[in-house]
Design a binder for this molecule. Structure first.
Ligand SMILES: *[C@@H]1O[C@H](CO)[C@@H](O)[C@H](O)[C@H]1NC(C)=O
Ligand SMILES: *[C@@H]1O[C@H](CO)[C@@H](O)[C@H](O)[C@H]1NC(C)=O
Ligand SMILES: *[C@@H]1O[C@H](CO)[C@@H](O)[C@H](O)[C@H]1NC(C)=O
Ligand SMILES: *[C@@H]1O[C@H](CO)[C@@H](O)[C@H](O)[C@H]1NC(C)=O
Ligand SMILES: *[C@@H]1O[C@H](CO)[C@@H](O)[C@H](O)[C@H]1NC(C)=O
Ligand SMILES: *[C@@H]1O[C@H](CO)[C@@H](O)[C@H](O)[C@H]1NC(C)=O
Length: 820
């Protein structure tokens, strides 16, 4: 190579180096237009401006993705007004942004305690941390951006307090999407009492994410099994700090506090080229701080949402009646200190922990009770750390504030009661059996009240009179005001008759849960589907009521949309958007039509159902268990987007419970989880089971029920599991897909499906994990044996039931009453 060539190469390498460096030194500053890139190319630092503004900022963003995502902004309060800025580092170790006339626009803090660096450099790390240190000292950082986070919590940032310096590290939102200056919202680790996470608007607590329970924040969904990140809170004499760590580095993941005060956790999805959010907090109105006042408990699934804790009564019944809940509730019987006892309340978000004391040495709950009963100011106790077998005690003093029912991650608290307070009236009794019975009793009685009301409506064709002692929502079910409250438009009977051509047979689409379904066309050309309650269906009345109450409040891309309601004389109808591709079973299990469902369609359908279900379980205001998820309840729109339908059996799970039991087991063979079919226990995890069955059906093109291979008597689940153990999942794939699929994606889907149908509900992932595992190439846990994996399994326990399965709606749905 000649000399010229050498020089060219040298210059070339120098150029490469200077554009892709991760370091600034006193002699190498960066100008607007240049950037630093971290060693492995994860993060990039440079100048940028936001959509509707010409202000220039220095910040850090993800380098490899096309959606600009700024995780940190240096001069968030002091933007440059033109492109003449430079970022420089100078002695004794200060990072500074200079403008065109070399005026300092922003500079990093230099505390007097820090050792000056003779040769300061700044480096952008692959964690997204920008550090300042001496070139010769790799161990001591003079300054780091992780100590001054903006709105984004990256793995490695420590939120919390340093009690020695008195400095707090916290997250604060941007002012708006085009102004990164400090906005109204901030989230803090609050060190008063036992540390808890608070979301504030200005100085006012907006949402209390709750005290740390050893695994997660008590007021947020249980994330202890989340496959992407781990949370941890550490308490030291001089420091309390909270960190989130990403598991593995295969995904980009971040938590951000939006300008509107919403905490969003998201992961980057390469396939859709966008951020997918999978936790949004706060969840609903019950997350508004202290919404129901002291000793009130908020339940998003009931109306009104505020109630007193059991054995408590409104402090001021009059204001309580006006739905002003701020005064809260008081004990029915005042405490006496000596002889007081403690009663257990389950499934709740722990109250505000600012007025608590704690003891990490005590091991058992019995120890906690001993300590608490000795101290008259101790009004309640709970386990401090529920990790493992549980340890430590948390003692409450003063009023118990900001309690809510948690659908799936609630905890227990033991509240002090007067000795004369009864133990047995409440639904939060001392043991589970009791709770179950009462739940059943109350469900049954509400149902019968409703039923009686409906009969009245039928017979007299008039609205039931309002009885204020009963739940408004129940009594006013079919009154126009109720329908209006549910924001469900009212359709007149003539409109529906005209649209469906007087329910003509040619418009009949099929039989739904409680009666026939017709297609119709409104005058404006909109197509609708009308579900008409058959006059003979008693059960249908309950189910229709259920559906009206639940689905009207739900809105999601993957749930069928209810357009309205029609009730006139003896006619009761629900009106939905029309789904041109009908239900999934008609397509998937049809030899010819199933060819139209290529793998991409099927995978999109799996993802869509998962998202719809996640919304039901976690993101909607009511937390809902569908209870009858199956292929015939998945409708497909013109673009093959799946919509979950038929909420006739769904139950809102707002109560202080994570699971419930019913004597009427209704659902569909082949989709029911063992604990539901055998014990009548249902929870979000029974839906997860049904979802798993659906996934395996979608991959294989076979129904779980009725699936039969000559060589064994396994059903589809058993068959999938045996292929999984043999490591030959490919054999499960529907032959009509003809190899036109991404094997990795198919295997991932089957594996997730198998995780969902595991025998024990506790082993099954929740839907947010499912959505995540489907969308990201993360390592999956080993699947254990599925429940109900042989055909024979299913019938084992039926012999003990007092009545036969009856085909109440259609031949696929069974109903029986348990002999308990
Ligand atoms: C920019 O302005 C347009 C029009 O006012 C608005 O629609 C858009 O949302 C703005 N973009 C951002 C990021 O604020
Ligand atoms: C700003 O500082 C740089 C480097 O010290 C120098 O080259 C430049 O002339 C200065 N610009 C102005 C406007 O003073
Ligand atoms: C540069 O910054 C200095 C100090 O902040 C300020 O006084 C000066 O007006 C700025 N110059 C320009 C061109 O913005
Ligand atoms: C909670 O308990 C677990 C297991 O016993 C322990 O590893 C963890 O450090 C504890 N956490 C706190 C905050 O005490
Ligand atoms: C939990 O309790 C069981 C049974 O008492 C014991 O065997 C186990 O070691 C305990 N685990 C921890 C983490 O303390
Ligand atoms: C904390 O509890 C004590 C004891 O009941 C009470 O006197 C005090 O007012 C409470 N403090 C706060 C801030 O609620």
């Amino acid at each position: 190579m000649d000399e010229f060539g050498m020089q060219f190469l040298l210059i070339y390498f120098l150029l490469i180096r200077s554009t892709a460096s991760d370091t600034i030194t006193t002699s190498a500053r960066i100008r607007d237009g240049e950037t630093l890139i971290s060693a492995n190319g994860v993060f990039e630092l440079g100048f940028f401006n936001l959509a509707n503004s010409t202000n220039r900022y220095v910040g850090i963003w993800y380098s490899k993705i096309s959606v600009p995502t700024y995780v940190w902004v240096a001069n968030r309060e002091s933007p440059l007004t033109d492109r003449s800025g430079v970022l420089t580092v100078r002695e004794p170790g200060v990072l500074a942004i200079l403008n065109g006339t070399n005026g300092t626009v922003w500079s990093s803090a230099f505390t007097p305690a820090t050792t000056p660096a003779p040769n300061p450099t700044a480096r952008l790390l692959d964690s997204g941390n920008l550090i300042v240190k001496d070139a010769d000292d790799d161990d001591n950082f003079i300054w780091q951006s992780f100590d001054y986070p903006c709105d984004t919590l990256l793995s490695g940032i420590r939120l919390g307090w340093n009690y020695v310096t008195g400095i707090e590290t916290y997250i604060s939102s941007w002012k708006s999407d085009d102004d990164p200056a400090k906005g109204q919202y901030s989230s803090h680790v609050d060190p008063n009492g036992y540390p808890q996470m608070l979301l504030k608007k200005g100085d006012i607590i907006q949402y209390r994410i709750g005290p740390w329970n050893g695994l997660w924040w008590s007021g947020a969904p249980d994330t202890s099994n989340d496959p992407t990140y781990t949370l941890s809170l550490q308490i030291f004499p001089n420091e309390v700090r909270y960190t989130e760590g990403i598991i593995g580095d295969s995904v980009l993941s971040m938590s951000r506090l939006n300008p509107n005060g919403e905490g969003v956790r998201s992961t980057w999805n390469d396939r859709t080229n966008s951020w997918a959010s999978y936790t949004n907090l706060p969840v609903d109105n019950c997350d508004n701080y202290a919404r129901c006042g002291p000793h009130g408990s908020c339940n998003a699934g009931t109306s009104p949402s505020c109630g007193c804790l059991d054995r408590f009564v409104p402090r001021d019944p009059e204001s309580w009646g006006r739905t002003d809940w701020s005064d809260g509730c008081v004990r029915r019987i005042a405490l006496n200190c000596a002889g007081d006892k403690f009663l257990k309340y389950s499934g709740i978000k722990l109250p505000d922990a600012r007025n608590t004391t704690y003891n990490v040495e005590r091991r058992s709950l019995a120890d906690c009770q001993v300590d608490c009963s000795r101290d008259c100011s101790c009004v309640a106790y709970t386990q401090l750390n529920i990790s493992g077998n549980g340890s430590g005690c948390l003692f409450y003093h003063g009023d118990l504030i900001d309690i809510r029912a948690m659908a799936s991650s609630g905890q227990d608290i033991y509240i002090r009661m007067a000795a004369s307070e009864s133990v047995d009236v409440a639904s939060n009794g001392r043991n589970r059996e009791r709770t179950k019975t009462i739940t059943i009793a109350s469900i049954t009685s509400v149902a019968s009240v409703v039923f009686v009301c409906l009969i009245l409506v039928y017979v007299y064709g008039r609205r039931p009179k309002k009885d204020l002692s009963m739940n408004d929502e129940v009594v006013g079910l079919f009154s126009a005001t109720h329908v209006k409250e549910a924001e469900l438009p009212f359709f007149s009977l003539p409109t529906v008759l005209k649209a469906t051509d007087n329910f003509s047979n040619k418009n009949k689409l099929g039989e739904g849960g409680f009666g026939p379904v017709y297609r119709g066309v409104l005058e404006d050309g909109h197509e609708i589907a009308v579900k008409r309650l058959s006059k003979t269906s008693r059960q249908g009345v309950n189910e229709l009521r259920n559906e009206v109450m639940l689905i009207a409040k739900l809105q999601h891309r993957n749930l069928v949309r209810t357009l309205g309601f029609c009730a006139q004389g003896e006619e009761y109808m629900l009106i939905y958007e029309y789904m041109p591709n009908h239900s999934l079973d008609l397509m998937l299990f049809d030899k010819e039509k199933s060819r139209l469902l290529d793998w991409q369609n099927r995978f999109n359908i799996i993802n869509g159902i998962a998202k719809g279900l996640l919304y039901l379980h976690q993101d909607s205001r009511l937390r809902i268990v569908h209870r009858d998820l199956k292929a015939s309840n998945i409708l497909l729109d013109a673009d093959m987007i799946p919509k979950i339908s038929d909420f006739g059996l769904a139950r809102s799970f707002g109560g202080n419970q994570t699971e419930a039991q019913t004597r009427r087991v209704v659902g569909t063979y082949g989709y029911m989880s063992p604990e539901y079919a055998i014990d009548g226990l249902f929870s979000v995890k029974s839906d997860v089971f049904s979802f798993g069955v659906l996934v395996l059906e979608l991959v294989s093109g076979n129904r779980n029920r009725g699936f039969l291979l000559k060589e064994h008597n396994l059903n589809l689940l058993g068959h999938a599991w045996s292929l999984y153990k043999e490591d030959s999942l490919r054999k499960l794939v529907d032959p009509c897909l003809e190899e036109a699929f991404d094997l990795g994606q198919v295997e991932r889907a089957i594996h997730v499906g198998l995780l969902c149908v595991q025998n024990s509900p506790d082993d099954r992932p929740n839907m947010s994990s499912v959505v995540f595992m489907l969308g990201n190439e993360v390592a999956l846990p080993q699947a254990k044996q599925p429940g109900f994996f042989t055909e024979r399994d299913i019938s084992i326990d039926h012999s003990s039931n007092s009545s036969n399965p009856t085909a109440s709606h259609n031949q696929l749905t069974i109903t029986w009453t348990q002999g308990r």
